[in-house]
Design a protein around this ligand. Structure first.
Ligand code: TRP
Length: 346
């Protein structure tokens, strides 16, 4: 039977990119009933690896992320939701893995490379940040998870985890399980652009729609979105590719939305054809996108507001999830130490 594990860094509220890139899939996996276990981890230690001076932000984000989870349909009865730092065994496992990974291998990890550049660390990379792929391998393997639903930027982490698993299993004993990444069904969902269309949706770039945004915020953000810069007048022919409004429609629009909000068209192909021919203004397309996103996000926001009234419940849920997760990680660590022959007193 398959075991699913995935997680997020608690550095703020979750946004549409997280939603289409991972959250939606998790809820589907959870509700399919096909998996033996589903673990959802709030990766606070990983978040701290470049936020040592900003503990407050990470701490405040724990409940924000947990609220986003439950609002999207993750159910603590079905999925174990836990906090990374509450499982000290993960750090111990990471320490043993550090001996199985070279510095040059870490330096080649394209996601870490990219993040180091984006953060402008230059020569001052925190060791904890540099080595977080190793800690992520511990997160995954401690639960013997084999299915990891993530966005495409996480593929290098999963690859590195697989290498660590193979090293460990060959050097010592077959204890660990090689994980497989499960990407969203389509390319767009794997890397949703931000409102600017130029970059991935990301908090640090300020180009996000958050799951907790008010209906007014959503509307304003959509109105401010970039479109086709060559589509100046309504009559002009427009481009739908690389046009963030259409990219979002590709990610969210279904035929039923036309029946509900814009019966002039049957489907997205017809709408795109009209836009390309000319004679269709951006504001109409944005209005349609707004209807779709409002429709998708309203129930999530309302559920979130309801849950936010009882934060003690949220923290209790996280505590229980962490206790459950810790039992499993402890068991794996035990097996690992036996395999390595370092359970000296037995
Ligand atoms: N690195 C992931 C991210 O930035 C978060 C994460 C930490 C994670 N540990 C994980 C994802 C284990 C999947 C599995 O989004």
């Amino acid at each position: 039977m398959d075991i699913v594990l995935t997680g997020d860094r608690p550095t703020g509220r979750l946004h549409l990119g997280h939603y289409v890139g991972s959250l939606k899939r998790r809820v589907e996996l959870q509700n399919s009933g096909k998996y033996e276990k589903i673990y959802i981890m709030i990766a606070d230690m990983q978040a701290l690896s470049d936020n040592a001076d900003n503990i407050e932000k990470i701490r405040n984000s724990l409940s924000e992320v947990a609220l986003d989870y439950l609002a999207c349909g993750l159910n603590p009865q079905k999925s174990t939701i836990f906090i990374q730092s509450q499982i000290p065994e993960l750090s111990e496992i990471s320490f043993y893995y550090m001996n199985l990974v070279t510095v040059s291998r870490l330096q080649r990890n394209p996601t870490v490379k990219n993040e180091i550049q984006m953060r402008g660390f230059k020569q001052s990379i925190p060791v904890g940040f540099f080595t977080y792929p190793i800690s992520q391998a511990a997160d995954i393997t401690a639960f013997k998870a084999n299915i990891i639903p993530v966005g495409e930027d996480q593929l290098p982490m999963i690859e590195q985890t697989r290498e660590i698993v193979r090293s460990f299993n060959t050097l010592y004993k077959e204890v660990l399980v090689e994980p497989t990444a499960v990407l969203p069904n389509n390319q767009i969902c794997s890397r949703l652009p931000g409102l600017d269309g130029a970059n991935k949706m990301s908090k640090s770039l300020g180009n996000c729609i958050y799951l907790s945004d008010s209906s007014d915020d959503i509307k304003k953000k959509i109105q401010s979105m970039f479109t086709d810069p060559t589509h100046l007048r309504v009559e002009d022919p427009g481009h739908t590719e690389n046009n963030p409004v259409f990219i979002y429609l590709d990610a969210f629009c279904e035929d039923k939305h036309f029946a509900a909000f814009w019966p002039e068209y049957q489907n997205l192909d017809e709408l795109k054809a009209h836009y390309r021919r000319g004679g269709l203004g951006d504001s109409k397309v944005k209005k349609f996108l707004n209807e779709i996103l409002q429709n998708e996000l309203r129930p999530i926001r309302e559920k979130r507001e309801e849950l936010a009234k009882d934060l003690p419940y949220i923290f209790d849920m996280l505590k229980q999830g962490s206790e459950k997760a810790r039992i499993v990680a402890t068991q794996t660590l035990d097996e690992m130490k036996s395999a390595m022959g370092i359970n000296y007193y037995r």
